[in-house]
Structures are given as C-alpha cells and as structure tokens.
Design a protein around this ligand. Structure first.
Ligand SMILES: Cc1cc2nc3c(=O)[nH]c(=O)nc-3n(C[C@H](O)[C@H](O)[C@H](O)COP(=O)(O)OP(=O)(O)OC[C@H]3O[C@@H](n4cnc5c(N)ncnc54)[C@H](O)[C@@H]3O)c2cc1C
Length: 529
C-alpha cells in the first residue's frame, strides 16, 4: 500500500471510477473493500489519516449490543451478532471472544440478567460465542479478582467479541488495496462535480501534503464521513437538512492491575441508565463510555471533567481499588454519528441509514463498527442500482481480511490474550508479523522497544511507513501502534525515536522531525488528565 502509487492511479485515470468514497473510517473503508472485491473500480479519499475519526476511538467490542436488547431492538441485535461471527471468522488474528461478567449485588439481578443474556445467546444462533451462565460469588471473584466482594451475591458470565479497531481498519485498507482499490489518506474532498443535469458525478480533492488539486469522476459518489456527513451533503445542497447529530463518548485507560484476570466487567445500569464496561485490552484496562450530546463535531474532541468523574466514580464502586485521576494513563474521546431523531442521544437510532439526496449523492451513516460489513454490502447494492453498475453479488461474507491467520481461529479469548501478552506483541499483524519480525532481526536498533512501558519496537514504525501509509508520528503512535491510546506519557517518550525512523523512511529532514515532535506533544497532552 503505497501512497505515491495511489495518487498516480488517480492522476492517470481517464475513465470515470465506478464508485468514489469520501471518508476512510470503518464505513467508507468497508465500502471500498466490498466494491473492490466485487471487481468494481473504487477510489477512496480520507481527509486525515485512515481511522482518525471515530473508528479508532471505540470501546473495542465486536458485539450484538446487550443494551439494544433491553431497548427491544431485536433485529439490530441479531444482525450485529451475525456480523460478530463473520468478523471473527474472517479476521481471526484481530477478533477474539472475551468473557464478560455482570456482577449481582441484589437478589433480583441474577434471574433478570440471566434471562436477558440467555436471549442474547439464543439470538446469536449458529454464530454464538459460548453460552452465558450464572456464577456463584466464589466463581464471580475467581473471574474478576478485582471486584468489590462486599454484598456481592454472584454474577452472570456471557461472551462477546473484542478487537483492535484501527488495526482492523488498516487491514481493511490493505484488503481493499489487495483487491485493486485506490485509497489515499491526507486527501480531503473539497467539492463535488456535477453533470449537465446537475447530478453529482465526481469530486475534487486536495493532496494535503503537496497542495496538488485532484479531480475524480465517478458513476456514484458515496459520502461516508461519520459525524461530518452533513458538511459533505451541503457541498451538494447548501440547504440540506441535518441528518446526523453528534454524541461524545470517552474512555479512560488504566494499568491492568485495576482489572486482574482476563474477564471484562459489565455494569448493566449506571446512574444515567446506560452500561459501563471495564475491559482488558493490550495489557491494560479500558473503562467507558459516556454519552454526551454535542452541538458540533470536531476532529480531536476533548473529555469533559464530569465525564471523567463519572467513569472514575462508577468503576470505583465496583473495584476493590477505585481508580483516581492520577491512575489514568490515557483518555480518548470518540464521536457517535447518530441518525437524527427526538429525545436523548442514547435512545437515537443505532441502525445504519442510506440516504440519497436529490443530487444523487449517496450518504451512508450510523450503525456501528461491528456491522460495517453489512452496511457496506447494503451500500454497494444501492450503488449498483443508482449508478447502473455491473451487477456482481457481494463477496465479503467469506472474504479473508488482510493478515488472516487460520491457526488462530477457534482459540478462546483467554488463550489468545495469553499468547498476545506473553509471547507475541506482534500478534495483531497476523500474517504480516513474520515480515516485521524479520525487520527487527535485520537491524538491532529496530528490534529494541521504544519505551519500557509498552512493547512497541522500531520495526513496527518502519513497517507502518513502508507498508501501511503512516505519514506522521501521530499515525504511527496512535493508529498503527496504539501507544497514544494506551499510555500517553509513554507515547511522548517514544516520539523522538519514532520521528527519526519515519524521517528516514519518508525522506524528511530535521525541520520535519522538530515540527512533528512539537505537534505530537501538543496532541498527546490532550490524552492526559
Ligand atoms: C465512544 C464510542 C464507542 C464505540 N464503541 C463501539 C464498539 O465497541 N463496537 C462497535 O461496533 N461500535 C462502536 N462504536 C461505533 C463505531 O465506532 C462507529 O459507528 C464507527 O467507527 C463509525 O465509522 P465511520 O466510518 O462512519 O466514521 P469515522 O470513523 O468518523 O470516519 C469518517 C471519516 O471521514 C473523514 N472525513 C471527514 N470529512 C472529509 C472530507 N471532506 N474528505 C475526506 N474525508 C473526510 C474523517 O476524517 C473520518 O476519518 C463506538 C462509537 C463511539 C463514539
């Protein structure tokens, strides 16, 4: 996946593309994978880095959504549970099952949650990850040794999926490229092109690195820009009504000792009527999330003090060692694109929506990471009809995602976690791990970890620049590795070494290194509390 080669494809293209996608998050990249694997010609432009938006900032769950079951949205839960199964099947190197315990402190909770989670199992059908079960107090504490034991009666264990969101996104970009798609980061769409009758038939974009103006004609243009959806729609129609509203969710990351063991904690009803997870992830504990309506989206949303306090307070009620602000290693914030409706944002539609404007611009938004494949299938089916494209059936149900490693399929979450943390920090690269290991062995400096608090090595930075289109220190430390999301201080410590390695790979000088370091430090400060 080479950025210069991608740009060349765009410059040299004479015929219209079948589909041009705006937005390189889960939704847009899913569309690129689906279209390319059907043999359609697809180009995708992303304004910043792939996954810079919401798609790197999720709770990292591949799930049906226990909460939506409570809201009675059975079709949404069933469809997501099926997608959960397909994703584990197609990306076993990135998705594994994880045990969750709902602790019971009142007499009525065991039957109540026990029955609800049996329904969750039932709806998964053949895509089930393992049966839920009632636990005694001792069994609950065995699974969650860090849980507050006082007045604990027992618990319910159930299974869902877990993943690394931006790693999956990069592997989706590579899958799209493997099937012939052209995908470019740092290339914002700046306008829409129109035919003689006023229908959208392409877009203009700018290479943010050089300022070069690019134009792409396409039979259909897909707007997959998440919380920025309406700004693209207003390029076609300045009067377009608001389709998407924004809600913010934050996560706090702690040392793993706050959640001993390999089981996640699920708090089924917080004081604001939501759920809260504390989950093991890459050797740390991630707690979240919140649901705070916002007036306007931004690229680097900030956590509110009350959101931080809410998570500390809620998690603290369930853990023997309540975390404090001083224990927060990183805080990250994501913005939900919710399809507009009335009332509180947590009750707005979590289903995806396909919307066609009178200009012919097709917008896809809403949904969740877990359902990206299904959303893409639906979107490309619409593109085929609207754009009068070759009618090729969807191929992604069994399509292996870049890095696929069969030997990992079928292992339990705990086995994979052990193997990840103990033996191989490169496991998430799947089949690419071998080449990265080779890089690390070829040069002693690349085999060294960049900071003692995290397992990342120089070889991963070089790989990110050579093969994964990383263009900046932030790309390498936030989305190719997850350093910034796991431990902001450690990410700052590794930035100078990462910048030097990137400069060598990308042919940049000392000024670039200095500017990158200043920019990254400024950004990383926002991930500290
Ligand atoms: C706090 C939180 C937790 C979540 N947890 C989960 C979870 O555990 N599991 C799950 O399944 N789902 C989860 N979700 C939902 C999931 O993360 C989102 O549904 C999904 O990431 C949305 O992807 P997207 O591609 O639509 O948007 P984004 O990832 O935001 O992508 C849109 C992209 O468009 C780009 N863009 C904007 N303007 C332009 C332009 N002019 N030109 C080119 N590109 C442009 C942006 O830079 C951005 O990268 C969570 C969401 C939030 C907020």
């Amino acid at each position: 996946m080479q950025r210069e080669a991608m740009l060349r494809n765009i410059r040299e293209r004479r015929d219209p593309w079948d589909i041009a996608v705006i937005g390189g998050g889960a939704t847009g990249m899913g569309v690129a994978v689906d279209a390319a694997s059907r043999g359609l010609d697809v180009v995708l432009v992303e304004a910043y880095d792939f996954g810079k938006g919401t798609s790197s900032r999720s709770t990292k769950l591949v799930h049906g959504g226990v909460r939506y079951l409570e809201q009675g949205n059975v079709p949404l839960v069933m469809s997501a549970l099926k997608e959960r199964g397909l994703l584990r099947q197609n990306a076993p190197h990135l998705v594994h099952d994880l045990a969750f315990v709902v602790p019971n402190y009142s007499w009525w909770e065991a039957p109540f949650y026990g029955i609800g989670l049996k329904l969750y199992d039932l709806l998964a059908g053949k895509y089930g990850f393992g049966p839920s079960k009632l636990l005694s107090k001792e069994e609950t504490l065995e699974r969650l040794p860090a849980l507050e034991p006082e007045e604990l009666r027992g618990g319910v264990v159930y299974y869902d999926g877990q993943f690394d969101d931006s790693r999956l996104l990069i592997h989706l970009a590579m899958t799209a490229a493997d099937h012939g798609a052209t995908v470019v980061n740092y290339c914002p769409a700046t306008g829409l092109l129109r035919d003689d009758e006023g229908y959208v038939n392409g877009l203009t974009a700018r290479d943010a690195e050089t300022g070069e103006e690019l134009s792409m004609h396409a039979r259909i243009v897909v707007n997959a820009t998440g919380v920025f959806t309406d700004s693209i729609r207003r390029m076609a129609d300045a009067e377009a009504e608001t389709l998407v509203v924004t809600s913010q969710g934050i996560h706090l990351v702690f040392d793993r000792s706050f959640l001993k063991g390999d089981t996640a904690l699920m708090v089924p009803r917080t004081s604001d009527g939501r759920v809260l997870f504390v989950i093991p992830w890459h050797g740390h504990a991630v707690a979240g999330t919140t649901d705070t309506p916002l007036d306007a989206p931004s690229l680097e949303p900030r956590p509110l003090d009350e959101e931080i306090e809410f998570i500390l307070e809620t998690a603290g009620r369930y853990l023997t060692r309540p975390p404090t602000r001083a224990d927060v290693l990183s805080v990250y914030v994501g913005l939900r694109p919710l399809v507009k409706g009335e009332g509180k944002t947590s009750a707005l539609s979590r289903d995806h929506v396909i919307h066609v404007d009178p200009s012919g611009l097709l917008t896809i938004t809403g949904g969740k990471w877990t359902t990206y494949r299904h959303m893409a299938e639906d979107c490309v089916d619409h593109c085929i009809t609207l754009g009068r494209l070759r009618d090729v059936p969807c191929r992604t149900r069994d399509l292996r995602i870049h890095g696929y490693l069969y030997s990992r399929a079928g292992q339990s979450g705990a086995e994979i976690e052990d193997w990840r943390s103990a033996s191989d920090a490169l496991a998430v690269y799947g089949a690419d791990a071998e080449a990265i290991r080779g890089l690390a062995q070829s040069d002693a400096a690349l085999g060294e970890t960049l900071d003692t608090d995290l397992p990342y090595k120089g070889a991963e930075i070089v790989w990110a620049a050579r093969e994964e289109m990383a263009r900046s220190v932030e790309d390498a430390l936030a989305r190719r590795t997850r350093a910034l999301f796991l431990n902001a201080k450690s990410a700052i410590a590794m930035a100078p070494a990462a910048a030097r390695l990137l400069a060598r790979e990308l042919g940049r000088g000392n000024d670039w290194v200095d500017a990158q370091l200043a920019e990254f430090k400024e950004l990383a400060r926002q991930y500290q509390v």
